[in-house]
Write a protein that binds this ligand. Structure first.
Ligand code: GDG
Length: 500
């Protein structure tokens, strides 16, 4: 039998996410290399991870990979391998065809397969084992997102000494929807293995607490949940964590609350100031045929993003003669996503049919109605697009946060540009100065587009200043700090409550 002492590794902060911050690239000749895929999470955690000797546990994005741990830019990378079947069942299946549609309010019907669940269990255990093997005694482990909801409990079972955090990047649905899930209790119990569970919106945290009450009967008080301690080992690992509830049970407390994620606002603004990117923004407008107004959509090609609703509103405005292609041209970046999942294949067909029809009906030789790009574009090009766009359309039907909305705002140091933002994106809780829309209300969406087109400069500027203040003050560094501080406080508070 192993004790935590001889089972532990050396890292004091371990981040666990489905994907690593680096992708393995296998060339046609079979040679392998690693390519950084620096997302917001990496940027946010890089400084903390360097400071505290951090490791990142995750999948390299290639089936069947068995790479050894290695150093990348000061961060230790610990690859977890997935077989082709794991990718199909755990990742494309349970994560992206069961949980993703369910958690986004069943915009698409979720598929329930027991084989997929079995695979989810096995792969979650693999991630938990990999994290447990590298975490130092008493280390902090921060688990990310819906693919890994069982990892907190699995980690606590093998390593009760750890401080465990979990952050859910996507919405957590209302109980009436969540309760469809055949494995709803296991998921809730899995998450409750954490000390702090973070959500994007206050409403998501509320939905989770309600699911806890309904499924487990545990007591919740505001953001605090009292989880009974069943196994003495949980307390032996970290005796300070236990306390006695008012009903006389030994419990540990779990915090579930909102920590809205953000972006590295300063780095977007810095890119926006570069002369070559500004020149590219002007060039984009010219290449579009200098339309009066450029509108922009940037999304992964996903049914949650409301791309079809956006196209419908724009197409109707053209059909009704309220706008012309010379007045307002739409650029839609739809980056390829989950292309082996059937719902995504169907969505792509629908969107491309709609784009083709609108362009066929309304484009002229000099102006294309919709410039549609089914391609990932470099970060610099995205910033140039944000600068070139008079109106940014974010019309998600449901979205955890939506970073695109924040990125648009961060680049607009000229205090110009209008953000049209769905009230169903988490970002709407913070970005109140945007033109908020219900994307299901096509007439309302059309009115918002017309209003954005006609908005006077002073109103654009007033709104954009307010949006920018929010995003600059609440950047991703603040997000990760507040989460890690809450995690530290949570364990401290319990120790002092116990000492008193
Ligand atoms: C999930 C949640 C939550 C997109 N296309 C290109 C590209 N992107 C970048 C964007 C942005 C990111 O990808 C997308 O982030 P979002 O937040 O908009 O959406 P999801 O991918 O669905 O992310 C979401 C997020 O997690 C974080 O918690 O906000 O609600 O669903 O940064 O700029 N970047 C480049 N080329 C592209 O073509 N370079």
């Amino acid at each position: 039998e192993t004790t935590p002492d001889d089972a532990s590794g050396t890292y004091s902060l371990v981040v666990v996410s489905n994907r690593l911050p680096v992708d393995k690239v296998v060339a046609a000749d079979g040679s392998e290399s690693w390519r950084a895929s620096p997302g917001g999470l990496v940027t946010a955690l890089e400084p903390v991870m360097r400071e505290s000797d951090g490791a990142w546990v995750g999948w390299a994005g290639v089936a069947g990979d068995h790479s050894e741990p290695f150093e990348n830019d000061g961060i230790s990378i610990v690859p977890v391998s997935l077989s082709a079947e794991d990718v199909e069942f755990y990742y494309e299946g349970f994560s992206n065809d069961t949980l993703w549609p369910l958690y986004h309010d069943v915009i698409a019907p979720p598929t329930y397969h027991r084989d997929w669940w079995d695979s989810y269990l096995i792969v979650n255990q693999r991630f938990a084992d990999a994290a447990a093997a590298v975490a130092a005694q008493g280390a902090t482990v921060w688990v990310q997102d819906y693919q890994l909801q069982l990892v907190p409990k699995m980690l606590r079972e093998s390593r009760p000494d750890l401080v465990i955090g979990f952050f859910n990047h996507i919405p957590f649905p209302a109980y009436g929807i969540f309760s469809q899930l055949p494995w709803r209790t296991q998921i809730v119990e899995g998450l409750l293995g954490a000390d702090v569970i973070g959500f994007q919106r206050v409403a998501d945290a509320g939905n989770f607490s309600r699911a806890v009450r309904r499924l487990t009967g545990y007591t919740t008080k505001g953001a605090t949940i009292e989880v009974p301690i069943e196994d003495e080992a949980e307390v032996q690992g970290n005796p300070l964590r236990a306390k006695v509830s008012r009903r006389g049970h030994q419990v540990r407390t779990v915090t579930a609350r909102a920590f809205p994620i953000s972006i590295d606002a300063a780095s977007f603004e810095e890119l926006a100031h570069r002369p070559e990117i500004q020149a590219r923004a002007r060039e984009i407008r010219q290449e579009l045929g200098d339309p009066e107004i450029v509108m922009l959509g940037v999304d992964r090609l996903d049914y949650t993003k409301g791309i079809g609703h956006r196209l419908k509103a724009y197409g109707e405005l053209l059909a009704e003669g309220k706008i012309s292609v010379a007045d307002a041209s739409l650029v839609q970046v739809a980056s390829p996503s989950r292309e082996r999942v059937q719902t995504y294949m169907t969505l792509r067909d629908e969107i491309e049919l709609t784009v083709g029809r609108i362009n066929g009906d309304f484009s002229t030789i000099s102006h294309t109605a919709i410039s549609y790009l089914h391609q990932g574009r470099p970060r610099d090009e995205m910033v140039a697009l944000y600068l070139a766009a008079d109106i940014m359309l974010v019309t998600a039907l449901r979205d955890g946060m939506n970073l695109v909305a924040k990125e648009y705002v961060a680049t607009r140091f000229d205090n110009d540009g209008v953000l049209v933002l769905s009230e169903f994106a988490g970002a709407a809780d913070e970005l109140k100065a945007a033109l908020l829309v219900n994307p299901h209300d096509i007439e309302g969406l059309k009115e918002a587009i017309l209003r954005a087109m006609q908005m006077p400069r002073h109103e654009r500027s007033r709104r954009m200043r307010s949006l920018r203040k929010r995003v600059k003050e609440h950047d991703v560094a603040r997000w990760s700090k507040s989460f890690l501080d809450a995690l530290a406080d949570q364990t401290l508070a319990q120790s002092s409550a116990d000492a008193a």
